[in-house]
Structure formats: C-alpha cells, structure tokens
Design a protein around this ligand. Structure first.
Ligand code: GDP
Ligand code: IMO
Ligand code: MG
Length: 404
C-alpha cells in the first residue's frame, strides 16, 4: 500500500503535470490538495496536449481524481477544463473546498494596487479566497446544496462591499449544475481507497518556494504547497505518506515578482526561454529564467522530505557550451551554502556562486544520457541529498527516463 506525493521544488511550473501523468500509470487515485486555477499543469499525453488547473493530471490514465478541501475552486473555470475530457473521467470534489466568488478577482487586483511592490499574482482571486476562508466569511462547495446559502452569500457580499469592491452575484444555479455530479467527501474517499489497498498519488500545485510559510514571503501564493499541505488539504493521514517526489527543472524559472538569486539576462536567458517555451500556462507571461540554484533546492529537499527527484527539461540546456549550477551564496563577503534565510530581504543581498559544468549538444546519445549531463546530475544529487529517479528530456510522456 502506498500514498506518495509529487510536489514542485522551485517557484512552480517545474513540470508537475508531466511527472504526475507519467507516474500515475502506477496509481489508482490522484488528489489535489492546494491552490486553484492559478495552477497550470500541462500534460502531453499520447500526442494530445491538456492543460489542467484543478483537475488532477492522473485522470488521463483512468485514475479517480480527487479535489481536496484545501483547494479553492472556480466552478466556471472547472467547467472549461472539463471540456478537454471525454466525460468518462471520475472526479470527487470536496464539499469543504472553498468557492472563488466572482468579486474575488476584483479584490485580487485591488490588493495588488495597494501593495508597494506587487506580488504579480495570477489574478484568479486565489489570495482573497484563502483570506475569506480564514476570516470565516468563505462559501464552500457544500454550502451550494444546503439551506443557509443566501445568508452566507450576504455575509460575503457585506465584506466585499466593505472593502469598496463591486459585488458580482455568482450564478448559483449554474454552479450547482456543474458541481452536483462530483461533490463528495475527500477524506472519506481517500481513507477508504487506502484501506482498500489502492495506490494514491498527491499532486501539489505551485512550488516549494511559493509556499505561504516557507517560500519567499510575501512573493508567494496563499496555500501550503508541499508535504505540509497534504494533511491540511485532504484529511489524508500524513503518517502514511511514502515517497516525496520533488520536481525540478534543470534550471530555474519564476513568474511574478520577488528575489531570484540565480536569475539570468541576455543571450543565455533568451536561449533558455525560447528553447523551454517559458511562457506561463495560466497567464501567458514570459517566465524569468536562471541557473539551477542548489542552495534553494537543498532547502526545499530538506524541508519537504523529498527523497526522489523528477528532473525535467534537460533538453532545454542542450547546445550551451557551459551550464551553471549555483552551489553557494556570497553574503556580505562570506560564502553560505547550508541553511539560509529564504525571506525576500535576505535573498536580495546574496550573490550567487556559480560552478560551471561542460554542456551537452544533445541530452541523449544513442539512447543514453550524455556523459556531461550525468556529471551535472551527480553534482545535483550530491549537493541536495536526494536521488534523481526520473529524467525528462521533452514535453511528451515518452520523453522520460527512469534511472535504475
Ligand atoms: P507544472 O505547472 O509544474 O505542471 O508545469 P507547467 O505545465 O506549467 O510547465 C512546464 C512546461 O514544460 C509544460 O509546457 C510542459 O509540457 C513542458 N515540459 C515538461 N517537461 C519537459 C521537458 O523535459 N522538456 C521540455 N522541453 N518541456 C517539458
Ligand atoms: P503551477 O501549479 C508558477 C505565482 C504567481 C505569483 C504568486 C502569487 O502551474 O506550478 P497567486 O495567483 O497564487 O496569488 O500568485 O505565485 N504562482 C505560480 N507561479 N506556477 C504556478 O502554479 C503558480 N501559481 C501561482 O505568479 O508570483
Ligand atoms: Mg504551471
């Protein structure tokens, strides 16, 4: 019996969708537990491209998809996402998941306007949905089907209007139609599946460095993005988690604002952005790019408990003479490579120390990984203390190698 987790080790968009699709062949249930339609998980499965926002990527392989209590849900966006599928998928949505009300998007914009330094949110109303939940003014999926809904909406309206934001009435009748076939209890479904010997895979959204507490606050999202979110966001007993599979690109990207010690500009950055098609799935924004930051990656591996790495996009670095790895930070003249304070203020003061590796013309040579890529991977494993179990060298499901 196993229940494992796939989570991002960077600032999101590491290729979690691809990893989950590939790995979920060996699972019966795939569950989301955090975030909402700020997430954009691209899966290239048997030649077709899918973009998932809240639906777990494993539904393509026939897994039961669970949308947990910790997810914030926009039913209109879910409806669009469902159009990609053929109707045979099985999905359970937690009755405890909070709804993203239409006015929350306006509030998201307004909050950005009030900030000195904008977070650069996806504008989907994610922060307001989690804030309303914490204020205890949230409206949950289950509320749509119970008496008292009018009162809950009136309360939310009063709070929205007290913030001088326009109230947009949700189309409750339509939302009920969309959600009715799926509403259930995530905890119960997951617990029973586990007792029944089914294999469960959790699919995190966002990435370790976007975590509300452990990320680069305040340039983070509003949820718990790794192991910490599983129990809170699904009710599944965290003691039963087995593998923590961390997804990392062979370099780093970030959408939105905030510190980025290994960030690149100029020709190398352009090369990586173009080769890697580094434009956001959800917003289309160009992603900022930089070398793989092993100081940050080690922190993410340690705190998340990651024991296996799914390394993606090694093909994107092909053709570079030299590839950089940030192995330490220089802070006030001293070299730091171990524990570090990953707050925005501290990161602003660091200078990356770059170790250079010989590049590779192609990631694969006669079906095997290029020797320089293997050396690069050894440095990563040795520095961060987790094994690279899978290497992805293209977007398609078949462009993946499982290491022995
Ligand atoms: P996620 O949010 O972590 O699921 O990642 P995204 O889907 O937002 O971004 C990853 C992008 O890289 C997607 O367009 C994937 O199809 C693509 N991708 C994933 N793995 C690879 C890879 O190994 N090589 C290349 N070239 N593209 C990849
Ligand atoms: P996936 O699951 C990359 C970033 C936004 C912004 C910050 C806060 O596809 O990896 P929010 O809308 O959540 O309040 O924005 O977090 N962000 C992501 N960046 N991938 C994501 O999801 C992201 N979800 C949020 O760009 O900097
Ligand atoms: Mg994404």
């Amino acid at each position: 019996m196993s229940a494992d987790l796939v989570c991002g080790l960077q600032w999101g968009d590491e290729g979690k969708g691809k990893a989950v699709d590939y790995i979920s062949e060996n699972y019966d249930v795939v569950a989301r537990f955090n975030g909402g339609d700020n997430a954009g998980h691209t899966v290239v499965h048997q030649g077709n491209t899918y973009k998932f926002h809240v639906i777990p990527s494993g539904v393509l392989r026939g897994c039961l998809g669970v949308i947990g209590s910790g997810v914030v849900l926009n039913p209109d966006s879910l409806e669009e996402e469902l159009h990609q599928l053929d109707g045979s998928e099985r999905i359970v949505i937690s009755k405890r998941a909070h709804l993203i009300l239409p006015s929350y998007k306006l509030l998201d914009q307004k909050l950005e306007g009030l900030k000195g330094s904008k977070v650069g949110t996806t504008g989907r109303g994610i922060g307001p949905a989690y804030a309303f939940k914490a204020f205890r003014f949230g409206v949950r999926v289950g509320d749509l089907f119970q008496t008292g809904l009018e009162e809950k909406l009136s309360e939310a309206r009063r709070l929205v209007e007290s913030l001088n934001v326009e109230w947009i009435e949700p189309d409750v009748k339509h939302w009920k139609e969309i959600l009715a076939p799926y509403v259930g209890d995530d905890y119960k479904v997951l617990h029973e599946a586990y007792l029944d010997g089914q294999r469960i895979l959790f699919e995190a959204a966002q990435g370790f460095l976007l975590d509300l507490d452990f990320g680069t606050y305040p340039f983070v999202t509003s949820s718990y993005t790794f192991t910490n979110g599983v129990h809170a966001g699904s009710g599944f007993n965290a003691k039963k988690l087995g593998d923590i599979i961390g997804v990392s690109k062979a370099y780093t990207t970030r959408v939105g604002n905030g510190a980025f010690p290994s960030e690149l500009s100029g020709d190398t950055a352009d090369h990586i952005r173009e080769q890697g098609a580094e434009f956001g799935t959800t917003t289309g924004r160009p992603r900022r790019v930089g070398w793989l930051d092993l100081v940050a990656l080690r922190y993410a591996v340690r705190v998340s408990g990651c024991n296996k790495i799914f390394l993606t996009k090694v093909d994107v670095l092909s053709g570079l003479d030299q590839v950089g790895l940030v192995t330490a930070y220089e802070v006030d003249g001293e070299s730091v490579s171990d524990w570090f304070d990953f707050s925005q203020g501290a990161l602003e003061r660091v200078k990356p120390v770059v170790k250079w590796c010989d590049g590779w013309e192609n990631a694969l040579v006669e079906g095997k990984l290029h020797k320089n890529l293997l050396t690069f991977m050894e440095t990563v494993e040795g520095t961060v203390g987790a094994k690279i179990q899978w290497v992805s060298y293209g977007p398609s499901d078949h462009e993946t190698l499982c290491m022995l």
